[in-house]
Design a protein around this ligand. Structure first.
Ligand SMILES: O=P(O)(O)OC[C@H]1O[C@H](O[C@H]2O[C@H](CO)[C@@H](O)[C@H](O)[C@H]2O)[C@H](O)[C@@H](O)[C@@H]1O
Length: 356
């Protein structure tokens, strides 16, 4: 059912208790724990903070192969706090107590390795096959900052659910059926930021124009949000990128800024994120009974923390952070790389195949 190109798309009404509302600012711009939301009013005050976040993300290097004892101790402390989901696999399975798994997967940095060119963040055939196999017995959703169409182009699996634009563009089955092979005709769209579409298009054009002269800067239109990539920008120009984004956003008081992996993300000022998207999907797919369903969310980025937090607060299911370095996180478990994510998914498949 979840083909993002489904022709008969209808926009769903907001559930009354999940109405997105405007927010101002949440979290400190330099906090790695919470997603950084920067309201327009605050942006001028925090451009330096923004630069701090940009700089901070550049200093997070993967551990050196020849780790010294300090690194090993830090690594052990990290794994004690956020154990490997592979080492803890038996424990995770044991805690399921016969429940069904609902799987939520981030895309970039989780299913595909981080690469310099966002257009080339391809998923390996082996990873695609792992996701396809796991989706045969776990309802599986991709929750990405990318536009829904673009992430579908990468993943190419019709049997999954897709939430693009950080959860602001969700395709769900009309009936709310748990089936993962529904007909396209039953699909409906949930787009809580639909009214922002013209504004996002306008800010995208302004950002493309304003960053044109900065070598390496890349603006990506993700439909309900816009990514300004600075991964390929010389570090000396990062302040310029922050200033330009600040300047452009001056004209858009209803847009806010979040930060990701060498990317600044412009999005509508509504209280909606990947965590809300996970809650919405669980409800829509009738998978929100914690006695029956155990949700697992795997992601690598700050924006995934909202989803980890929701699972932690519900005291049901597990957030799994993909990271090679210790991080402040709301996740319960960790995996180091997309390869380990694949190993985890394959372990789930093997376990299911061996289950009576
Ligand atoms: O929620 P996600 O699926 O993880 O998407 C978040 C952003 O991912 C992409 O950017 C990141 O990956 C790129 C490719 O590896 C990399 O070049 C970039 O530096 C990363 O920030 C995507 O391009 C963004 O639009 C997404 O918002």
């Amino acid at each position: 059912m979840s083909d993002p190109d489904a022709k008969s798309e209808t926009v769903l009404a907001l559930p009354s208790n999940m109405t997105p509302s405007p927010v101002t600012s949440k979290g400190h711009p330099c906090s790695s724990l919470s997603v950084t939301y920067v309201s327009r009013r605050k942006l001028v005050e925090v451009v330096d903070g923004l630069l701090g976040v940009m700089t901070l993300s550049s200093t997070c290097k993967k551990p050196c192969v020849h780790s010294g004892s300090d690194e090993i101790a830090a690594d052990n402390a990290w794994l004690a706090k956020c154990p490997s989901a592979l080492s803890s696999f038996d424990q995770i399975i044991a805690s399921m107590e016969g429940k069904k798994i609902a799987l939520f997967l981030d895309y970039d940095g989780t299913l595909s390795p981080i690469v310099n060119d966002p257009e080339k963040a391809f998923m390996s055939p082996e990873m695609r096959s792992a996701v396809k196999n796991v989706a045969k017995f776990c309802p599986t959703a991709i929750v990405s900052g990318r536009s829904r169409d673009k992430v579908f182009e990468f993943v190419k699996l019709k049997e999954l659910y897709y939430a693009g634009s950080h959860g602001m563009d969700i395709l769900v089955p009309y009936s709310g059926s748990q089936s993962i092979t529904n007909d396209d005709k039953e699909a409906k769209l949930f787009q809580p930021a639909r009214e922002f579409l013209p504004m996002i298009s306008e800010v995208n054009n302004s950002l493309v124009e304003a960053t044109r002269s900065i070598k390496g800067a890349n603006v990506e239109n993700n439909k309900f949000c816009v990514s300004v990539h600075y991964r390929n920008v010389d570090k000396k120009d990062w302040k310029l990128v922050a200033d330009i984004v600040d300047n452009v956003l001056n004209a858009f008081p209803r847009l806010k800024l979040t930060t990701g992996r060498k990317v600044l993300e412009v999005r509508p000022v509504i209280d909606w994120d990947k965590g809300k998207a996970v809650e919405f999907l669980l409800r829509s797919l009738r998978l929100d009974d914690p006695e029956i369903v155990l949700p697992i969310y795997i992601g690598d980025d700050r924006t995934d923390e909202d989803a980890f937090k929701v699972l932690r607060q519900r005291n049901c299911g597990y957030g799994i952070l993909v990271s090679q370095v210790p991080k402040e996180t709301e996740a319960i478990y960790s995996l180091r790389t997309p390869s380990e994510v694949m190993e985890f998914l394959n372990s789930l498949v093997r376990w299911k195949e061996q289950s009576p």
